[in-house]
Write a protein that binds this ligand. Structure first.
Ligand SMILES: Nc1nc2c(ncn2[C@@H]2O[C@H](COP(=O)(O)OP(=O)(O)OP(=O)(O)O)[C@@H](O)[C@H]2O)c(=O)[nH]1
Ligand SMILES: [Mg+2]
Length: 181
């Protein structure tokens, strides 16, 4: 794996993530043929420098504007990548749609439940372990503005691996024969 994509809806904290994870040598580029800007940097992962990209915010993988089109293209162009899918912890169900779409396409994903502080203040609780079981990918609560959870996030990126979508269907009860109580 030589690239990490930060993906998620608008305003979930992707750029704060990017600034925390990327060291120096950050460059801003135009996506070829568009006026859509994106930041690119490098992060250290298990002793190796890999590219880190702050992908434009997108609601889903069915693009509704140029920026979303770029987000989808960036994902599709990458083979050897891990996706950090950033979700607003106070609106988990909203962000899960995109996370599931990315997982369904076979990319290794790790989910960051960001703004965990805001969610906590609003008394919005998420059963993180349960969500991990359902999705089959690592889920880590984070507060990007303070770096809370970042150590765990980075150390668990190696656990991100492609998931067979049938496994998710099973875990949400789609296949009753596989349900154990
Ligand atoms: N309380 C709290 N605020 C956060 C957290 N992470 C990010 N923010 C704030 O949320 C706002 C949005 O953060 P950004 O990083 O710009 O979000 P983004 O996902 O890059 O947004 P777009 O680029 O518009 O898609 C900023 O004001 C951040 O300071 C967090 O974990 N907790
Ligand atoms: Mg941003």
């Amino acid at each position: 794996m030589n690239k990490v994509l930060l993906m998620g809806q608008a305003n979930v904290g992707k750029s704060v993530f990017f600034n925390r994870l990327a060291g120096a040598n950050v460059t801003v580029s135009n996506y070829p043929g568009t006026s859509v800007d994106f930041d690119k940097g490098r992060m250290l992962l298990e002793g190796k420098h890999v590219d880190l990209i702050d992908v434009p915010g997108t609601f889903s993988l069915q693009p509704k504007d140029r920026a979303e089109e770029v987000a989808v293209k960036m994902l599709e162009q990458e083979k050897d990548t891990v996706v950090i899918c950033v979700i607003d912890a106070s609106k988990v169900e909203r962000g899960l749609y995109l996370a599931l779409e990315i997982i369904e396409r076979g990319y290794p994903v790790i989910v960051a439940l960001n703004m965990w502080d805001t969610a906590k203040n609003a008394k919005v609780k998420t059963d993180v372990k349960k969500l991990e079981q359902i999705l089959g990918v690592p889920v880590v609560p984070t507060v990007a503005t303070t770096s809370e959870g970042f150590k765990e996030l980075v150390s668990r990126m190696r656990e991100a691996a492609p998931v067979a979508i049938e496994e998710i269907t099973k875990s949400v009860g789609g296949d009753k024969s596989e349900t154990h109580n």
